[in-house]
Design a protein around this ligand. Structure first.
Ligand SMILES: [Zn+2]
Length: 110
């Protein structure tokens, strides 16, 4: 839902990884199987993460119009692979899904 067909335009794969982690949902979790609690967590994670990225001036690996890098450090990106999960200490894995890379803790995200 977050990365295909631009259901929510502007939400890129980069922030989608952190949204999925915070909402404790696996990227392969079918949308139609989300229960009310999972939908609420996903909704709150989208709002929370978008605001957090804006408040921090964007991602650390991108620049604004004035050449200033952002201050938001992603939780789940290529740097996180094989590092301990920030939540449970388990291993962060990289998986391929729908043509893109996803970074997942399979203990935390179902
Ligand atoms: Zn974890």
């Amino acid at each position: 839902m977050l990365t295909q067909d631009q259901t929510i335009p502007g939400l890129g794969n980069a922030i989608a990884q952190d949204i999925m982690f915070v909402s404790r949902l696996h990227p392969k979790h079918p949308i139609e199987n989300l229960n009310e609690e999972q939908k609420r967590r996903l909704y709150e994670a989208i709002i929370g993460k978008v605001n957090e990225v804006i408040e921090n001036g964007g991602r650390y690996d991108e620049y604004d119009l004035f050449g200033k890098p952002g201050g938001y450090v992603r939780l789940m990106d290529k740097e996180a692979v094989n590092r301990p999960c920030p939540q449970c200490g388990g291993k962060v894995e990289k998986i391929q899904y729908l043509g893109g890379a996803c970074y997942v803790c399979s203990k935390c995200q179902v």
